[in-house]
Design a protein around this ligand. Structure first.
Ligand code: ZN
Length: 289
């Protein structure tokens, strides 16, 4: 048996199991203080069968480099009380098990690779657009970690102030991908909850355009064989055909491959694990070598 923790800024979900058919998933636990939240996590695992190891996919920024003295920490997060928190170490010591640690999006990408929309595809991107934007990148069957970890949500995008006077709400960059496309950005730009915007509202054309520009940049840089788009904003499924069309238009035939020219519906896709991607990915991370 393996353990998994999906650690989000709003809630945590824990699980014990081996695959999507054989798994016990906890009720969501509100993310309060680190001490209180970890206590709930530890109690969940103490009530379950023993596990060989635990995988953690965490909100961040996080330190995911095993040789670093702060490996397993949530580092510079603005979330009150959570900066410089030893997450992996606390869980590992309390439950006396080895812990593997990665970003929430890398972990979800791992779940989609093992059981979801990227089975058998070793070069892909998993992008989530919700309250924030994050992305996991797999190249040659390995997740990209690099210097810190990927931050696909913070690539800079062109914005035409005449077309979109909303200057973006990323505290670091204003109009980066995250600053322009998240649920909170939509709310600020249109001054209503994005859930109440009709499917034919111009908000979605603009949203699709920003996302398509970002995907062109990722496709040209990383040459993914598939792009998975998840997160709360992408539950607006009308976005998918709009993004695919704009993506093709912007590329203008330059990436000359049937996957893009003819089979775009299989190239830019939703995740198939849905809300369980995070916690299943954490189980996959625990099982990884
Ligand atoms: Zn940014």
């Amino acid at each position: 048996m393996f353990g998994g923790i999906e650690a989000g800024g709003t809630e945590f979900v824990c699980a014990v199991g081996v695959d999507p058919q054989n798994i016990t998933i906890s009720e969501p636990m509100s993310t309060t203080t680190p001490a209180e939240t970890f206590q709930k996590v530890i109690e969940f695992f103490r009530q379950q069968p023993a596990v060989e190891s635990i995988g953690i996919g965490s909100f961040g920024p996080v330190d995911i480099h095993p040789n670093s003295p702060t490996f397993g920490y949530i580092t510079t997060t603005p979330k009150p009380g959570w900066a410089n928190t030893d997450f992996a170490g606390t869980i590992s010591r309390a439950l006396d098990v080895p812990v593997k640690f990665d970003t929430d999006v890398n972990t979800a990408a791992l779940g989609e690779h093992k059981w979801g929309a990227a089975i058998g595809i070793d070069d892909f991107i998993y992008l989530t657009i919700g309250t924030g934007v994050g992305g996991g990148v797999m190249v040659g069957g390995r997740l990209v970690h690099g210097l810190i970890h990927t931050e696909l949500g913070h690539i800079l995008l062109p914005r035409d102030p005449a077309k979109d006077p909303f200057e973006g709400n990323c505290p670091y960059h204003k109009d980066c991908l995250e600053g322009l496309t998240t649920g909170p950005a939509l709310q600020k730009r249109w001054k209503v909850s994005p859930k109440t915007l009709p499917v034919d509202h111009p908000a979605w054309e603009l949203e699709a355009e920003y996302i398509a520009i970002a995907l062109v940049n990722f496709a040209c840089t990383l040459s993914p064989k598939r792009i998975i788009l998840g997160g709360g904003v992408m539950r607006q499924t009308q976005l998918f055909p709009m993004i695919r069309r704009k993506f093709q238009t912007l590329l203008n035939g330059y990436l000359h491959h049937p996957a893009i020219l003819e089979q775009i519906d299989d190239y830019i896709v939703p995740p198939t694990l849905g809300d369980s991607a995070g916690v299943l990915g954490a189980i996959a991370l625990a099982q990884s070598a």
